[in-house]
Design a protein around this ligand. Sequence first.
Ligand code: ME8
Length: 519
Amino acid sequence: MGEPYYVTTAISYPNGKPHIGHAYEAIATDVIARNRKAEGFDVRFQTGTDEHGLKMMQKARDLGVTPAALCDEMSRYFRDMCDALNIGYDVFIRTTEPRHHEATQELWRRMEANGDLYLDRYEGWYSIRDEAYYDESELVAGEGGEKLSPQGTPVEWTVEESWFFRLSKYQDKLLELYSSGDFIKPESRRNEVTRFVEGGLRDLSVSRTSFDWGIKVPGSENHVMYVWVDALTNYLTGLGFPDENGDYSKYWPANLHVIGKDIVRFHAIYWPAFLMSAGVPLPRQVFGHGFLLNRGQKESKSLGNVTDPIGLAETFGVDALRYFLMREVAFGQDGSYSPEAIVTRCNAELANSFGNLAQRSLSMIFKNMDGIVKAGLPQTEADAALFASVREGIAGLRKSFTDLAFSDGLESWMRAVFACNQYVDEQAPWALRKTDPERMEAVLMVLFQVVRDLAIAVRPVVPTAIDKLLDQMGQGADARDYAALEAADWFTALAASGYKVDKPQGVFPRLELPEEAAA
Ligand code: ME8
């Protein structure tokens, strides 16, 4: 097994069904996990649901059910979404699990032992929706002049006895963390957080007495912990913390927390401060991705434009949705989607360019060579040039994916696909069939090899379709990682095995715009 690599998504609030933002984050993180696996890492991938807090309690009360029953029901939708989108997580964590209570209480005890927790009174503007207190200066005015949080959610003046965390003590250490290395990405978010922390940090209220749907504060049982202390600790719980043997010793500190831009503050300020206080090593990176908009607009129940991501995957196919999101949106920035954009992008790149290249190549081998794979045919300069272009395109993809620049990586891959299609047009194997059948065979064998390499390269993004394609190319299920790209003798070995290509089945169908979307 390779070097450990631990990656997480945020854990979702299951107070509604999963939306496209949840799907986007899960897909992006799954692509990262599959890419790291392909690169030879020993990957651990965790996702889950964040089930405590006032919001869940109120929702359960409105529905006349217990919070626990509501959480069971709602968390299921998030697991189902992961299944529907081919999200290959290793651990799905729920914060209502007993092991999570234990882990969080242990983290609390360690922060307390370090002298960072004290009891006081809290007054301030609290947003239930954001589960956060805001400073007067941060509030904005609503349309009717009412006070709203910076996220536009209602706030209420709240007074309660509370435990406090000495966040102010960590200001310098946090600034040092941001300035050295890559803790916060992308750069724009690092700058935002740095400016915020430079403005001064106040101690943080970390317990509530006004409700009880949460994790009890050890030794202070009328308090439940602030939901963010609870939620952030999930990243440790899933590794067995506080047991520091086993998975924890292998995978902590996490390599990457993938989260959306609205919760960067919690992950880049509170989380490292809690960990510093508890004497736990810090994760290496927090990446704040952008928001996904529906035709440029935020989805909301009142606009009636909320999209069910599972429905999108059913309409266009899981792989097409995954490809679209990774290709269309520059990771880190906001992006927009629409049925037209999905159809246009996927037809141009997956169906017409790569899908067609693969299908044409395998069909010609099947028809004109009885499907036989032949090694050792003479090569021309054009062949060598194509191999070089494909190598370069794949190297570009790998480099960009390592930097989490997925759209750039796929663009580099597409350039190699275009080079292949241009090669097919120039070599015109259908014409060679009559004039120079030997050369035709050589051309088709070049195509077989480059299609295989391009397929392996893009597999983390569109795993199902690529596996179907590689199955038709005699590629072993255990030889689809990037190490296979460097295997020198795979092609001669395949030819020597007597492998024959069967009548190929296309794996990237052309998409149609559904009628209701076209109307
Ligand atoms: O914030 N586009 O949960 P959540 C892209 N429980 N990403 C989006 C998005 C959109 N339109 N809307 C939300 C929480 N997200 C907490 C996290 S982690 C210890 C606790 C992202 O269900 C959002 O930024 O509101 C977050 O990363 C994730 O979806 C879950 O959001």
